[in-house]
Design a protein. Sequence first.
Length: 168
Amino acid sequence: MKVSLITAVGENLEIGKNNDLLWRLPRDMRFFTETTMGHCVIMGRKNWDSIPLKYRPLKGRTNIVVSRKKDLQIEGGEVVRSIEDGIELARTIGDDNVYIIGGGQIYALALKNNLVDSMCITWVHKKFDADTFFPSFDLKKWNLDTEEHFESDEKNPFSFTIAKYSKK
């Protein structure tokens, strides 16, 4: 089973503020949906809370929420105590590619504990005011597999690049 991480970051690795996204990029959201559809997605409880109610749980995916709260129950989601427990649950379900979808603490733990085989990073070409960041990482430890650039347009206010990496 492959463990992938998927995120979108600003030029300073910004990913959020006040438990919300920093931008609205429909093309990137479509990429996220198409990439994760049919798979397990692992997220932290704060990330779960940040998903608007009308989209929660993320449809067509097994939503796995990491929380230290022992009595937490989430309608439409499976609660686990660690990312590793989430990966094991995905393995039990039979998923061949589980996606870690945030937030900042979950990304940091996944990278620190060497749990990630591949990354899909949308690089948004702008700096943002943020309070949540993607962890710094050594890009030299990753192979760039594909890269696709998108210019800003009437629906996507910022240009961005979607890059896919695999661990060396």
